[in-house]
Structures are given as C-alpha cells and as structure tokens.
Design a protein around this ligand. Structure first.
Ligand code: AMP
Length: 416
C-alpha cells in the first residue's frame, strides 16, 4: 500500500472513493456538508500535486436503478464550492471514458451515483434468497461486479479510498476495484487514515478507566459491539430505548416505553456477563416519561422500572444523568455511540447533553474520546461540541464493525 502523504500525484489521474452520501432537503439542497468537507484534505493534496480527480460515491439507496432523487448532480455545486474549483459531471459512471480522457491536471470529474448500477453492491436483483436460482444469480452478479470495478479502475492511474462510512462493505468501488491497481498505486486517504488510527487508539492503546456509552433505540442492533466491549471496558453505560428492555427483563414496569420483548433473555445475559467479567454496568435508574411520543408531551420523572401505564420513557432522568457523569468524567478512554433519549425532540435532549458535557470535561482532563454513529454525531453537532471531543467518526456501521474487531474490506483491499 502506498502512503498518500509521500505519493506524488503530478500528472496522474486519481480515482477517489469518497463518501458524499450527504443529506438533502426536499428541493435537493445539501443540508449538512460535513462529509464533503471531510474529504477535502485528500482531494486538495491530489490537486495541489498536479493530479486530476475522478470522484465516485453512492448516495441513498437507489437499489441498482437510475433515480434522479439520488443523483449526485445535485451536489456538484457544493463540491465545487468546497474545492474552490469547477467540477465536471459524468452522468453515467460506467461510461465516462470521454470525460476522463479530456481531464487535465488540476481538473475534477464527479461520476454519477455508483449505486445506479446493481454491480456496485454486487447483490442479485429481483430474486429472493430462498429462490432456487439465488446462488447462481449471486455468482453471476459477482462476475459482473468485477467487470464494473475493472471499468472504474480503467479511468485512473491510482486509487484512493477515503470513504470510511462504506469501508465495512465489499462493494465494487470500496474494495473490488483495488485488485486492478498494483500496491504502489493504491492507498487510504487522509480521512480513512485518521479513522483507522482513532479505532486503533480505542482498541490497542487503552488508557483506563475505559467507559463505553451505548445508546439508541434497540439492544438488538448493538449486541455484537456490546459483547465485544465487555472484554475491554471498565464501565459500560447502556442508555436510550434499550433501558426499558433491561428494566422489563428484570421484572420492571415500563408503561408504553419502547421494548424488544424477544430480547429480554439477552438483556439478562448481558447483566450476568458484566458481573462475571467485573464490568461496571450502568443502566438508567430514573427517566423522563412522556404521555405521548412528541416534543410537547406532558412529562414526569419516575423510576425507569416503575413507569405508569400510558407513559413512556423518552430520556434519562436526573439521577441517571448524575450516575453517567460520575463514571464518564474520571475516564481516560471514552467511546460514545447512540443517544440517551429521543434527542430529535428538543425537550428530550437532556440525557444526551449530560453525556456530551461529561465527555467534554473528561477530554479536557486528558481523556481520548471517540464519538461515532450518525445519531451521536448529530447530538454533538446539535450541542456545538464536536470540536471539544477528541475525535468524531464519520462511520456508523463501519466504526462499530471496526471496534468489534472485524477486518474492514475497504481497508484490507488496499493493504493487500
Ligand atoms: P439507533 O438507530 O439504534 O442508534 O437509535 C437512534 C434512535 O434512538 C434515535 O432516533 C432516538 O430518537 C431513539 N431513541 C433513543 N431513546 C429512545 C427512547 N427512550 N424511546 C424511543 N426511541 C429512543
């Protein structure tokens, strides 16, 4: 694998996999350009060296079909503004030879959404996993995926992967394409390097106490990482909607709170494992319960395991916030994924705010703090605290898989 800092892009065409999967409003305007800005160090280095840029990304889930709603043409101006230079556009990512041939050093070409082609994800379309022909269809699609990746590779002299958000996927543009470049001409971009290093800090260079805070709506989507973290952390804070699955599992009364009834045994198992491993498991003791799922609902403070019928826990209560802060503030390594309440409603952000404030304090005291996953990143942005933690990851699924200890195909492909 080459090193982006040492590589000289002068006179080279570089194809860069970026994560420009940015949120758009109903008029197709970018509402948050964090991901575009995240790629700038890599893109600017290539242009400054005298290289030309071919940018490729996915946006949304068009499921292998052309869909104007997900066209990257909508973000062309935003990319141009961020880069401070004109951006050309290729309306068909698999037929861009002419546009690529005309590309001069210092110029930028943005390819249309890769996922307009099913080959990008490499999953057979229109056939169910249970159908008898599925395996054959999958095999055929894998061959088509290779051809698609080869086509993309043919545009460029060098491949750079800077899309951490999709690094856990073995897609044509994130992994398969790397097979068509020799190891001197493929590399991670600056953003990817930073992300990989942040995960490494969490996994291999743990300063104690290590506190992980896992929130969000469900325990089922976080179980892999919770189990993995159990071997590493001193304190494990589980908050958000999963609080009520744990409360019910232990015989509590949770009113109308969100619950995964099929995960009650799993919750008890997590409690048992934490005890066996000597992990200090901290669950919400009290909550802010609401009489409806809305920002303007009436609220009461009550024990998380004694919520009246007709009420639902939507945020961590004051006692809980205090307990979370007491664990977080003296910590030296902190990982936060998932909010402590329905933070999208302004009246239920208090628990997440308390966590964010405690993380900022710990960071001021020298802790390494990593915040990752769409919703917790949205939280720190909402509170204006993104610059006050050590690292805000752009990856949701990719970050969790990396911390679970899984090898990310997007990273492995360029390293091979
Ligand atoms: P996840 O996608 O699993 O990380 O969950 C994020 C979502 O969890 C956010 O949209 C929150 O609104 C939601 N959430 C957090 N706490 C609760 C709660 N107590 N009840 C319902 N939803 C919640």
């Amino acid at each position: 694998m080459a090193n982006i800092d040492k590589y000289n892009f002068a006179g080279k065409k570089a194809i860069v996999r970026v994560d420009f999967n940015v949120p758009l409003d109903e008029n197709g305007h970018v509402t948050d350009d964090t991901r575009i800005r995240g790629a700038l160090p890599t893109l600017k280095k290539i242009l400054a060296d005298g290289g030309s840029l071919i940018l490729m990304s996915h946006m949304g889930k068009p499921k292998g079909k052309v869909n104007p709603k997900f066209s990257l043409a909508q973000i062309r101006e935003d990319v141009a503004k961020a880069l401070g230079t004109d951006v050309k556009f290729a309306p068909d990512c698999a037929n861009a030879d002419e546009a690529v041939a005309e590309l001069k050093p210092g110029e930028v070409l943005l390819l249309e959404n890769l996922r307009f082609y099913p080959e990008e994800e490499g999953k057979p379309v229109g056939i169910d996993k249970a159908d008898p022909g599925y395996d054959a269809a999958k095999k055929e699609m894998k061959e088509r995926q290779k051809d698609f990746a080869k086509k993309l590779a043919s545009y460029a002299d060098v491949y750079v992967n800077d899309a951490f958000g999709t690094a856990h996927r073995k897609h044509a543009s994130t992994a398969v394409i790397a097979d068509y470049f020799d190891k001197e001409n493929k590399m991670l971009g600056y953003l990817m390097e930073k992300e990989v290093k942040a995960v490494d800090n969490i996994l291999s260079d743990i300063k104690r106490p290590f506190t992980a805070i896992m929130g969000g709506s469900k325990v089922s989507t976080k179980i892999g990482i919770i189990e993995n973290l159990m071997d590493k952390v001193d304190n494990l804070i589980l908050c958000g909607g999963m609080t009520y699955t744990f409360a019910k599992a232990q015989g509590g009364k949770i009113g109308d709170s969100i619950v995964e009834d099929d995960k009650l045994d799993l919750a008890l198992d997590i409690i048992k494992k934490a005890k066996e491993k000597g992990v200090n498991l901290i669950l919400g003791s009290d909550c802010i319960a609401a009489d409806s799922f809305s920002n303007d609902a009436k609220t009461i403070v009550c024990p998380a395991n004694d919520i009246p019928d007709g009420w639902q826990g939507l945020d961590a209560g004051p006692e809980t916030r205090k307990a979370f802060a007491e664990a977080i503030i003296p910590s030296k390594t902190i990982l936060w994924n998932g909010p402590a309440g329905v933070f999208e409603f302004d009246n239920f952000t208090g628990g997440s705010r308390a966590i964010a404030d405690a993380i900022v304090k710990a960071t001021d005291n020298g802790a390494f703090s990593l915040v990752g996953g769409g919703d917790s990143v949205a939280c720190v942005n909402k509170f204006g605290l993104a610059d006050s933690v050590s690292y805000v990851s752009t990856g949701g699924g990719a970050l969790l898989e990396a911390i679970e200890g899984k090898v990310l195909p997007g990273v492995a492909a360029v390293k091979e």
